[in-house]
Design a protein around this ligand. Structure first.
Ligand SMILES: [Zn+2]
Length: 226
């Protein structure tokens, strides 16, 4: 599955791709859960999926839906500080002719503007697809504390699928990473998008072929004996 967020053909729908959302309170029913019931002999689990993680990932999925509505590969991101959503972003490189307009970049830019700081320590970034190398670099520069992603990206993933930028101690001093949160749902959104695009492409080719057949059937023949 190619999930390169910039892989779709041009779409002219202009979309800002960004919305700052000051002080959106988290649903109290999804407060952090103490899900550490493993027995004392088990290896310590530094990071396990909580209801809070799933809650914010669902917001990132909603942002991905905005990308899809704009004709872009559906990837969405939400930047969070504590239980406050600072910014959301969705993938939109095609409409903006901007190769850097990935969901993470949009959320980082909006959050930096909202907080008046290019560094975002103490913030977490939720994104529906494993970040690429570009986004991993920006996440490190912003000093994001934690990245949580949904589907893995075997083509361009920079959190272990292709390379693992965050495991390099010379590069990364600030960011922990957790993948696979709502992985199936996040992946399904991408798979259905590409399936729909392939179906539309097949229909377009079939329509073009039928048009060509009709045109040749109706054309005057030039091998008419005279
Ligand atoms: Zn990226």
């Amino acid at each position: 599955m190619n999930v390169d967020p910039g892989a779709t053909p041009p779409d002219e729908t202009p979309q800002p791709g960004v919305s700052a959302e000051p002080a959106a309170a988290v649903d109290p029913s999804v407060a952090p859960s103490a899900d550490h019931s493993a027995d004392a002999c088990a290896a310590p689990q530094p990071d396990s999926v909580t209801d809070r993680d799933r809650h914010f990932m669902r917001l990132a999925q909603a942002a991905a839906d905005e990308a899809r509505a704009a004709g872009e590969v559906p990837v969405g991101a939400v930047l969070v500080r504590g239980d406050e959503v600072i910014a959301t972003g969705f993938n939109h490189p095609i409409g903006t002719h901007d190769p850097s307009a990935h969901a993470e970049m949009a959320a980082l830019r909006a959050a930096g503007a909202a907080l008046g700081n290019y560094r975002l320590p103490g913030c977490e970034l939720y994104v529906t697809l494993e970040p690429c190398l570009m986004c991993a670099g920006a996440i490190m520069h912003a000093r994001i504390s934690r990245v949580v992603y949904g589907a893995r990206d075997p083509k361009t993933g920079a959190c272990g699928s292709v390379v693992d930028a965050f495991s390099n101690g010379q590069l990364n001093h600030h960011t922990s990473v957790m993948g696979g949160v709502l992985e199936t749902e996040c992946g399904d959104a991408l798979r259905s998008f590409f399936a729909e695009r392939r179906r539309a492409s097949r229909e377009a080719r079939r329509a073009a072929a039928e048009q060509a057949t009709d045109a040749s059937a109706g054309a005057p023949s030039d091998d008419n004996p005279s």
